[in-house]
Design a protein around this ligand. Sequence first.
Ligand SMILES: NC(=O)c1ccc[n+]([C@@H]2O[C@H](COP(=O)([O-])OP(=O)(O)OC[C@H]3O[C@@H](n4cnc5c(N)ncnc54)[C@H](OP(=O)(O)O)[C@@H]3O)[C@@H](O)[C@H]2O)c1
Length: 201
Amino acid sequence: MKILVVGGNGTLGKAVVEKLKDLGHEVLVAGRHEADVYVDLTLPESIEQMYATVENIDHVISTAGQTTAKPLVEMKPTDNQLSIDSKLLGQINLVLLGQHIINDGGGFTLTTGVKKDDPIVGGASAAMANGGITAFVKTAAIELPRGLRINSVSPNIVEESFEQQKDTFMGFTPVPISKVANAFVKSVVGQQTGQEYKIYQ
Ligand SMILES: NC(=O)c1ccc[n+]([C@@H]2O[C@H](COP(=O)([O-])OP(=O)(O)OC[C@H]3O[C@@H](n4cnc5c(N)ncnc54)[C@H](OP(=O)(O)O)[C@@H]3O)[C@@H](O)[C@H]2O)c1
């Protein structure tokens, strides 16, 4: 399969790209810097430009999308906007614009995260984006045309990110990144749609 991984240079993205390549898939990495294809998810015209640049894509993965981590009492609407523009609408726009572009029988796999199910201080904005993506995926699955599928992966904090965020995720047990990458593989090569793969343990 030919797979476009938006955010494929990031922590999760690298692990997903490596696993897909090991399985013999052709992978293109998209992002704002040092990518095969340039895209800024926060700009719909940039997503359109990305899709105009690539050809013959079977599956689009997003391991991208920024969020604001800030205690609720300090959070301003402008802080929350990053999570909306990037992780929530950025990923949704990948699907809205890509549904007409990718190959018949192809699909999308988006990323959410544990913060929506296991609340932590400063996590509300990310949780909002994560929950919105989960609901969108479940509903979009019944309407996508041409046999296209869609799933999401909701990872716990991974071992590679834990040290940097250990104060935020105190008491959490990080998960191996290979388990998270496997969930993306399952979404790409399997036949399920409308699913959310929670990798919390
Ligand atoms: N790491 C974890 O433990 C963990 C756990 C649960 C959920 N998540 C979620 O998984 C996602 C990825 O996390 P990560 O730790 O892998 O992050 P990361 O290491 O910061 O990587 C994010 C990737 O996304 C790209 N990106 C960011 N903003 C973008 C934009 N506006 N347009 C296009 N590309 C963009 C970045 O590349 P450029 O800078 O080149 O654009 C980068 O390659 C995030 O939404 C995060 O909330 C992560």
